[in-house]
Write a protein that binds this ligand. Structure first.
Ligand code: UD1
Ligand code: CA
Length: 515
């Protein structure tokens, strides 16, 4: 008989309540504090993800200050989360009471976390819930031992070491202020104990608040067991109050994400200057060179080389591709494709397998077919390029007439000579050639040569007549140039006829395939 798959036993969680009603005054921002981004997502996203990892029956965020913005974000981006409104910020105890009004009676474990504590992990919450259950606690608080406990609530323990309560900085005695074990503000509660104690909270004389921390003392006084879990890494309990902490915790979160990538088989040459957003995926044996930013849902395959000095935003990169010193947003870079240096891929750029977009090339809303090359100094917009096309240096698609955009289509194996302007809408057929320097307004049929440029004229002996004493003249004479009388120097024909009669292969001067 086959073995049953190993089931990880989950502790059933009745609700997680994420507190996010506070003002965040010290951010000095018109953006609500919990919406400030870290690793590509608002702080609140990280807090909610950690909470959601417990798979609770209810996930409630308490909002108050700037509730329209925060509520809108939750409704649109995190639809599994319900919101509870706390009209006036009357303290953490009051905030949890507001949440419980929306859930009705709960049975089981209730976890409380903060929206501005972004590094807290599901693993630590699970450890908290596990200890809560195994120790048979009524309340379990997540604590941390820190060097400087200033500002935090201090954990009060009995002589035997059991938790008896929490005292806030404001109300602490000098002896209590010396305690270095602090309250993180994250707890597991027995729902019935919590509901009962919330009804018994006192209103603080100093600020009119009701403190959630008082629940621990109340439970202890009722003879219930109150326990604590000390966080392995105190950074998980740190909150963001100002932009200095925002930067510091962003750095810490980034370090965690870079490390995860490294442990999953990605070479990161310089973790300090590599920024990886929380929802980025990178395949094995890919190398990330210094000063590279991988943002917002970027997915990178295996064996790629990305960077240095590259930003990828919501891009998809196939196995074995290379991106060097480039900026790319919502682009698809196919397997073994090569981008850069100094390329700019804008939304809708799709590079097929083995294609190349080279130096100083911008591509927008266009497909570059398999093995096709746009190697130098081009703009390709609203264009479909087939397979095996060479798009010569300096050539561009003129996709905008000042009012609307139009499309360009280039068939398989076509050759676009250098410095061509393709005026859209226009089609260059499969296997067609376009002569260098052409301005193409009409379709070029498959296999034809399109040529549209001034014909070259030559004024014989011009330098010797007009610049007789110059170095150029001397060089020309040394090279065998002679005075010529058979040409009227002032004739208009010197500028050449604009209409070519026939093209020969020699008029097509595209750059050779440079790679
Ligand atoms: C609180 C704890 C303190 C702990 C610290 C950890 C209390 C009384 N004190 O202090 O023991 O060491 O957190 O950071 O709980 N909030 C609301 N509504 C309110 C008040 C706060 O939603 O009416 C939210 C805030 O948005 C914030 C969190 O609760 O996310 C904590 O509030 P804050 O004012 O920062 O609490 P502290 O005074 O720092
Ligand atoms: Ca705080």
């Amino acid at each position: 008989m086959p073995e049953a798959p190993l089931e990880v036993e989950r502790i059933p969680i009745a609700a997680v309540i994420v507190l996010a009603a506070g003002a965040g005054t010290r951010m000095k921002s018109s953006l609500p504090k919990v919406l400030h981004p870290m690793s590509g997502h608002p702080m609140l996203w990280h807090a909610v993800k950690a909470a959601a990892g417990l798979d609770p029956r209810r996930l409630v965020t308490v909002i108050g200050h700037q509730r329209e913005q925060v509520g809108h974000y939750l409704d649109t981006e995190l639809p599994g989360v319900t919101t509870a409104i706390q009209d006036a910020q009357l303290g953490t105890g009051h905030a949890v009471a507001c949440a419980l009004e929306t859930t009705g009676d709960l049975d089981g474990i209730v976890i409380v976390t903060y929206g501005d504590v972004p590094l807290l992990t599901t693993a630590t919450l699970t450890a908290l819930a596990t200890e809560h259950v195994e120790a048979g606690n009524a309340v379990t608080v997540l604590t941390a031992v820190v060097e400087d406990p200033t500002g935090y609530g201090r954990i009060l323990r009995s002589d035997q070491g059991s938790v008896v309560g929490i005292v806030e900085q404001k109300e602490a005695t000098p002896a209590e202020l010396a305690i270095t074990e602090i309250n993180s503000g994250v707890y597991a509660f027995d729902a019935a104990v919590l509901t009962d104690a919330l009804g018994k909270l006192t209103t603080q004389k100093s600020n009119g608040e009701r403190y959630l921390t008082e629940v621990l003392g109340i439970a202890h006084a009722q003879g219930k067991t109150v326990g604590a879990v000390v966080a392995d890494d105190a950074v998980e309990t740190e909150g963001v109050n100002d932009r200095v902490q925002l930067a510091e915790l962003s750095r810490r979160m980034n370090a965690r994400l870079v490390r995860q990538a490294q442990l999953a088989g990605v070479t990161v040459l310089d973790p300090q200057t590599t920024w990886v957003h929380a929802d980025v995926t990178i395949g094995r044996d890919t190398v990330i060179a210094p000063n590279t930013h991988l943002e917002a849902g970027t997915v990178i395959g295996e064996n790629c080389v990305i960077g240095p000095d590259t930003t990828l935003i919501a891009c998809e990169v196939g196995d074995g591709a290379q991106v060097l010193r480039s900026q790319c947003q919502r682009a698809v870079i196919g397997p073994r494709a090569s981008v850069g240096p100094f390329s700019y891929l804008r939304p809708g750029a799709v590079l097929a397998e083995g294609s190349k977009v080279g130096a100083y090339v911008e591509v927008k809303n266009s497909t570059i077919g398999e093995g096709s090359k746009v190697p130098h100094l081009s703009y390709v917009g609203d264009t479909e390029i087939g397979a095996g096309v060479n798009f010569g240096a300096g050539s561009i698609t003129a996709n905008y007439d000042g009012e609307s955009k139009a499309r360009t289509t280039i068939g398989d194996r076509a050759f676009i000579g250098t410095n061509t302007t393709l005026i859209a809408p226009v089609t260059v057929g499969a296997g067609a050639f376009v002569a260098a320097g052409s301005t193409i307004t009409d379709d070029v049929e498959p296999g034809d040569l399109g040529i549209a440029r001034g014909r070259q004229g030559q004024v014989r002996g011009w330098v010797l007549r007009r610049r007789p004493a110059s170095a150029a003249s001397a060089a020309a004479v040394a090279a065998g140039a002679r005075q010529s009388d058979d040409f009227d120097a002032d004739s208009a024909s010197a500028e050449g006829s604009p209409v070519p009669d026939s093209g020969s292969a020699s008029t097509v001067s595209g750059e050779d395939n440079p790679t």
